[in-house]
Design a protein around this ligand. Structure first.
Ligand SMILES: Nc1ncnc2c1ncn2[C@@H]1O[C@H](COP(=O)(O)OP(=O)(O)O)[C@@H](O)[C@H]1O
Ligand SMILES: [Mg+2]
Length: 266
């Protein structure tokens, strides 16, 4: 169980005179084992914030901590600390090698990110099978190439690769936005299942407020690099305090309807 904390985080693109701030003084806590939604219009800095937590951007100032330990510029054991936070992106294609079988891709993720014991050759086949089963893919499809899978199945492989590192925190950045509506529900169900099964702390970035209301314990609303509102997801979405949150909800006419059918939260 792990708490993820952003404290006074500033992130800029470019340097010197060309630098422009895209995240300003963001403080946000994702409590251990909970799901925090992060919403806001495109360009508000959601992805930038999440990417900083996996070391893809270095904040200009502020801290990003796992259970009180800095993940940015952490000395010694940095790789081990980083491994505890994994990110899944919108486009599974960009994170999968088209010429590598999905079994090999998962095996690679296990080998890169785990210690000697888990690398045991004999057990390796079992580990890949276990990861495929965890994301509800048929282990017999281990030799398939990404192109032989549907978009939803590829996103399951991306989730399996992230989980191969045995993280405590998962950052899910618009993970169903590129998928057909018909398969979004199954991927979200899977996310909820592994969240519960593994006790993962999750930051769930989405522009779909109906989904956030259904899945998330809390929600944080970002606008132009700053947090405008945060709280219990159902309260914030049903009764927003900030005009920007109200505008965001107004832009999504179907909030409140069940978009995913029964069972997502059950
Ligand atoms: N690699 C980059 N270089 C320069 N500016 C970027 C880069 N990536 C994103 N930005 C800018 O940073 C801002 C925040 O982007 P992003 O974090 O992707 O927002 P969101 O995920 O909320 O849509 C936007 O203005 C975007 O244009
Ligand atoms: Mg984004």
């Amino acid at each position: 169980m792990t708490e993820l904390v952003f404290a006074g985080v500033d992130i800029a693109y470019g340097s010197g005179r060309a630098a422009h701030d895209v995240v300003h003084n963001v403080s946000l806590t994702v409590p251990s084992g909970r799901i925090m939604g992060l919403v806001g219009e495109s360009g508000s800095g959601k992805s930038t914030l999440a990417r900083a937590a996996v070391g893809l951007h270095e904040p200009r100032s502020g801290r990003i901590q796992l259970d009180g330990t800095n993940v940015v510029n952490a000395r010694g054991g940095k790789a081990a600390l980083r491994r505890r936070i994994q990110m899944v992106f919108q486009d599974a294609n960009s994170s999968l090698n088209p010429r590598m079988s999905i079994g090999a891709a998962i095996e690679e993720a296990i080998l890169v990110r785990s210690g000697a014991a888990r690398r045991d050759r004999v057990r390796r086949g079992d580990e890949v099978r276990r990861m495929l089963e965890l994301v509800e893919l048929d282990p017999r499809r281990s030799d398939d190439l990404p192109m032989q899978l549907s978009g939803g199945q590829r996103q399951r492989v991306a989730i399996a690769r992230a989980l191969a590192a045995e993280p405590q925190v998962l950052l899910a950045d618009e993970i169903t936005s590129a998928l057909d509506v018909s398969v979004q529900g199954t991927v979200l169900n899977l996310l909820m299942q592994v969240h519960r099964q593994l006790g993962l702390t999750v930051l769930f970035i989405s522009h779909n407020l109906a989904i956030v209301r259904q899945l998330c314990d809390e929600v944080t609303v970002m606008r132009a690099g700053e947090i405008v509102e945060t709280g219990i997801a159902s309260k914030v979405i049903d009764n927003p305090k900030h005009p920007y949150t109200r505008a965001l909800i107004g832009a999504v006419p179907r909030v409140g309807e069940r978009l995913l059918g029964e069972g997502v939260r059950s």
